[in-house]
Design a protein around this ligand. Structure first.
Ligand code: P1T
Length: 380
């Protein structure tokens, strides 16, 4: 089945009693058991829910994995994976990650003895030299959030295999439409469903996709034991969002190209980062590893925080808001918004400066988006 067809059909069967073509919202907490010790596959909705089961199957199919598990947020998906580790274990992460991932590792899990280092994964020798015998997991975002660096997933996998370490890829920015990390050798794929997979900015959710049955059973056990599960209604909404994933991603990309090319020509901008631009330092790697470049564009304004304040004030169509991946365009100021939880000295070292702006380019008419940016530059 081609990917576009799978977005609409994978995992979805007509409901057997009525023939309803859309998966119903099984808004129930529990299930009546016909006799003691006998059930119809469902006992309690923290453990299993039919709407969630369909979504989990669909997501696994789109990522080319055997198993999917869904959670109440991207963060709870990440934390469930971290919960497979024990005190003394070590995680090595790429340095430019979502601020919440940094906060979870450094301010929550470190107190419980799970150690972590954040390093530049584009330097493969650095990865090798930071792996220790306690290292259990390598964590990649590619492209990274917010600087859109590309990490060579197969090369990281090669290093991990040599050391018996697992590799997880947060594929939120690309979605399986443009990048399939399991095909590139990764063990685990993670998503914030809140973003492109749902696509309509009306759900917070997360998922983990895996093919190893033992790891799946362990994660499923934690999913039930901890209980950070999504509601049936949210699962329904994500299932609906998935149906248009392919067409949305094409349009996000088309608009992102227009926005990136427009920004390149502005004298108020120091640099523009979009993996589809030839000027992106890892454009060739992006072409090799991904089948497209997504809808996220980052750029640095000359004039720091004051210029940034004036710029965002001048926007009318791009909404000043955290998050990304919805049909509407959003503008984020990482230093003050999404990455405020990353300590300032680390942000500065990475290049998450006060002039940095991250755009989630939506699927509106590109002309309107460019006019909006024009207006903001006039203001700035
Ligand atoms: O927000 P939540 O659904 O819990 O997902 C967390 C998360 C995980 N991974 C990536 C790559 C993310 O970007 C996020 C959330 N990010 C934002 C809210 C943001 O604006 O970047």
């Amino acid at each position: 089945m081609h990917f576009n067809t799978a977005c609409i059909h994978a995992g979805v069967e007509p409901e057997p009693i009525t023939g309803a073509i859309m998966t119903p919202i099984f808004q129930t907490s529990t299930y009546v058991q016909p006799e003691l010790g006998v059930n119809k596959g469902y006992e309690y909705s923290r453990t299993e829910n039919p709407t969630r089961s369909v979504l989990q199957t669909a997501l696994a199919a789109l990522e080319g994995g055997k198993f999917g598990l869904c959670f109440s947020s991207g963060m709870s998906a990440i934390d469930t994976l971290i919960s497979t580790l024990k005190s003394g274990d070590h995680v090595l992460l790429c340095d430019d990650v979502y601020g919440g991932t940094h906060r979870l590792l450094k301010r929550v899990r470190e107190k419980q003895g799970i150690l972590s280092d954040f390093i530049d994964f584009s330097d493969l020798r650095l990865i090798e030299s930071h792996i220790r015998k306690e290292t259990k997991l390598l964590w990649i975002e590619s492209p990274t959030n917010p600087l859109l660096k590309i990490i060579e997933i197969p090369k990281v996998v090669e290093i991990a295999r040599r050391h018996g370490v697992k590799v997880a890829v947060d594929n939120t920015f690309m979605t399986p439409y443009f990048q399939r990390p399991l095909d590139l050798g990764a063990d685990i794929v993670c998503h914030s469903l809140t973003k492109y997979l749902n696509g309509h900015s009306d759900v917070v959710g997360g998922t983990l996709i895996i093919s190893d049955e033992t790891l799946y059973q362990e994660l499923k056990f934690i999913q039930n034991a901890v209980g950070a599960v999504p509601s049936p209604h949210d699962c329904f909404l994500v299932l609906r969002g998935l149906k248009t994933l392919a067409v949305r991603m094409e349009r996000h990309q088309q608009n992102a190209f227009d926005v990136a090319n427009y920004l390149v020509g502005r004298k108020e901008v120091n640099w523009v980062r979009y993996p589809g631009l030839k000027s992106h330092p890892q454009h060739d790697l992006a072409r090799k590893q991904m089948t497209g470049f997504g809808g996220m564009v980052s750029f640095e304004l000359k004039g720091g925080i004051e210029a940034a304040k004036r710029f965002v004030k001048g926007l009318h169509l791009f909404a000043l808001a955290e998050s990304l991946g919805g049909v509407e365009s959003l503008c984020d100021h990482p230093a003050i918004m999404t990455h405020a939880s990353v300590p300032q000295e680390i942000r500065m070292k990475l290049g998450v400066s006060d002039g940095l702006i991250r755009l989630s380019v939506g699927i509106e008419s590109a002309d309107d988006l460019l006019s909006d940016l024009e207006c903001a530059f006039r203001e700035a």
